[in-house]
Design a protein around this ligand. Sequence first.
Ligand SMILES: NC(=O)c1ccc[n+]([C@@H]2O[C@H](COP(=O)([O-])OP(=O)(O)OC[C@H]3O[C@@H](n4cnc5c(N)ncnc54)[C@H](OP(=O)(O)O)[C@@H]3O)[C@@H](O)[C@H]2O)c1
Length: 373
Amino acid sequence: MTDKKPVVVYGASGYTGRLICEYLRELNVPFIAAGRDAARVQAVMDRIPGIETADYEVAAADHSVKALTDLFKGSRVVCNTVGPFIKLGHEVAEACLATGAHYMDTTGEQDWVIEAQERWGAKFAAKGLLLSPGIAQMYTTGEIAANFCLEKPGLDTLDILVLWKGFPTYASTQTIFTILKAKWFYLEQNKYVEWPAGTSFEVSVPGQHETALALPWGGTLHPVWFKDDPRVANCKVAGGVFARDVMKGVIATQAMFDEKIKPLPADQQEAALAEIAASVQAGMPPRENPRINMSIDSVYASGPLGRAHCVIHGNCNYKQTGLLQAYAAYSLLQQPSKRAGFASACQAFGHRELLGVLKSFGLVMEPILTVHG
Ligand SMILES: NC(=O)c1ccc[n+]([C@@H]2O[C@H](COP(=O)([O-])OP(=O)(O)OC[C@H]3O[C@@H](n4cnc5c(N)ncnc54)[C@H](OP(=O)(O)O)[C@@H]3O)[C@@H](O)[C@H]2O)c1
């Protein structure tokens, strides 16, 4: 027996890290709230109502494999919220592998998830460890909806919409701009196909008359998760925020990126994007309000002779993310995940289980499911 806390929340000074800590407290899971600056982490913990009833400690580490390995040693699960993950994720995954800890993160970056699967998936599988990037509202809630549709056999095509209402955090904004550099893929006949530059969609939104503007949003994670799922051959995803002005801004930035920044060398691209991101969002957004911060995950699934549609209305997408992470950690401390190595949240923990957790904490409604054929 060791007295080391079993879960490390890395990035606990951030908006999402804090929420994971809040839900770990509610699930009675002891944890280490960690970040690069202990005082900043402690200041955030001190503002959490009821934190005095949590079994936790604060720790600091540099963002290096060595320091993170020392931090993770003896713990069993790491919840990583330090993004953009394509830039900062490998050190954390490597330290998890070195110490025998399960790795989870909150990414929505398709390029990172593909890279993590290729570089770390087999190594984690060989050690019986879970590598699960992307346990988060974007895109786990949509994955839950897709899996409800896929309970009807014979549907091989997924057409997914993920929308949320709210303010991106500092790291989310950095991430949105970082993914402009990446190639974005959808799935066609089990193969990745690159989205043409400048693709956007006018989408009809279930439950409202007004349409919305959406983008492939970095490709999203569903094409990666469903690539090796024999039920699914095709998967396209549209995503974004409800606010049309924000989406117009992202589309304009994308066009500007393609014209002015893409021709620059890689390091200059990064600096230019970070500068734009910092000018858009510099502070911590307000705490979510369920009357304002809604989410919709809608999935049309189709096959030659059948159709299904599943809509999950929810609220507070950062809270959904915090809860999904905390629940996944809580689950891993009690029993192995359904798969070792690279796996999505639903592949690792089950879509019905995850829906039940989100529902029981008041973050999503019962899915609206229609099935034909
Ligand atoms: N897919 C989804 O639905 C979803 C939902 C939520 C979050 N996310 C993603 O999760 C990530 C975190 O989001 P957030 O809302 O928590 O952002 P945030 O509030 O800006 O927090 C970012 C955290 O990362 C830390 N950090 C940043 N750069 C670092 C570095 N170079 N070395 C070490 N630590 C560093 C920050 O530490 P300091 O306090 O020391 O700066 C902070 O703890 C983002 O990439 C976001 O896109 C995705």
